[in-house]
Design a protein around this ligand. Structure first.
Ligand code: HEC
Ligand code: HEC
Length: 304
């Protein structure tokens, strides 16, 4: 297994050119649906205690996260065992959730609405709440013809297509502006490739396009949730998770699926330890952190 990974790193780091590509400035979406989707995303009346919306945990004014280890859902319950990932750029992930159990954003959106620790609704109660709001009734009639759970999820998905952060300093650097990032960040990018980080965190989302095990060289201490194994029950899927996107990573602490790592600095050091069997000196860690900081992009709310 380790030999396999060693070869993977050798191949991917040798051909690392173009393994990271800039985000598009915009992607196509249906504006009417997205406007409706934003209302739904922000609406606390779509929760059992009337206090929680998608935005409570995935705040769009805070890079799509709430910066807590575990978010708080309805009736003040802690949303364990997972740390809340960002909704920003999630449209570019190949599957949704840490263990990838939703194929797309529409399928994903139906889960938190009915999760007893998140929004805590039943389908009947959700439809009742939406039908009680004349604005919703009109919009759904005009756009979809009727109010259904699938249509609610579809509108939310359409809004999430607007939660993208193009034009990070690193993307500008990739597009040819050689002064867009610091010398330190440039060294960090070289290390990111040379050390082998790029063999897992790659593509336009710098992650989000494959599953990998956490703890390849050193066992990950928290085995409370076994990742994809919980779905497939295959031995080889134990501790396998979706490789997370590193876009806006400096803004979305704490880190890892269990939110156990509070700082980016420690996060990078632990990645090298668990995934690469290496200890990086502090200078290398600092350079990689500077590179990761250059991945913070800009979100413009196009649905005012
Ligand atoms: C109480 C906090 C909470 C609320 C409310 C909540 N989420 Fe989440 N969200 C989470 C957590 C925790 C996860 C990770 C769960 C997992 O991976 O199993 C998650 C995962 C996601 C993901 C997957 C991202 C990725 O990269 O895998 C998306 C997209 C998302 N939520 C959108 C939404 C939408 C849309 C709503 C409202 C309908 C919503 N969430 C409501 C906490 C919350
Ligand atoms: C073998 C694949 C692999 C390699 C190599 C790898 N990572 Fe990761 N990385 C992952 C996986 C899988 C996770 C999610 C782990 C978890 O949540 O438990 C992750 C998580 C992270 C996170 C936290 C993301 C978040 O949202 O919580 C950061 C930051 C990170 N990696 C950076 C790096 C850096 C820097 C390197 C190189 C030193 C590296 N990774 C090498 C697979 C890898």
């Amino acid at each position: 297994m380790k030999i396999f990974y060693a070869m993977l790193f050798l191949i991917t780091t040798t051909f690392a050119i173009d393994m990271i590509t800039p985000l598009p400035d915009k992607i196509n979406y249906n504006k009417e649906k997205a406007i409706l989707g934003k209302k739904l995303y922000m609406d606390t009346s779509l929760s059992k205690d009337g206090k929680i919306s998608c935005n409570t945990c995935h705040n769009i004014n805070n890079y799509g996260v709430d910066n807590t280890t575990n978010s708080t859902g309805v009736n003040n319950q802690l949303d364990t065992p997972f740390n809340t990932p960002t909704t920003f750029n999630s449209v570019f992930n190949f599957v949704q959730f840490w263990n990838g159990r939703a194929q797309n954003l529409q399928e994903q959106a139906k889960v938190p609405l009915f999760n007893p620790k998140e929004m805590g609704l039943t389908p009947e109660f959700l439809l009742k709440q939406v039908n009680a709001n004349p604005d919703y009734v009109k919009s759904f009639k005009d756009i979809y013809g009727e109010i259904t759970v699938d249509n609610i999820a579809d509108a939310i998905k359409e809004f999430e297509k607007t939660l993208i952060t193009p034009d990070s300093p690193f993307d500008r650097y990739l597009k040819g502006d050689k002064n867009a990032i610091s010398e330190k960040a440039k060294r960090g990018y070289e290390e990111f490739k040379a050390q082998g980080c790029i063999s897992c965190h790659q593509g336009q989302n710098i992650g989000g396009n494959m599953f990998q095990k956490i703890g390849i060289f050193q066992e990950y201490p928290n085995q409370e949730n076994l990742g994809r194994y919980e779905i497939t029950k295959k031995e080889s899927d134990k501790m396998v998770f979706k490789v997370p996107s590193l876009r806006n990573i400096a803004k979305t602490a704490p880190y890892y699926h269990d939110g156990s790592i509070p700082t980016l600095d420690a996060c990078v050091q632990f990645m090298a330890y668990y995934q690469l069997g290496k200890f990086l000196n502090q200078e290398t860690v600092d350079d990689i952190v500077a590179f990761l900081e250059s991945l913070t992009g800009e979100y413009h709310d196009s649905i005012q």
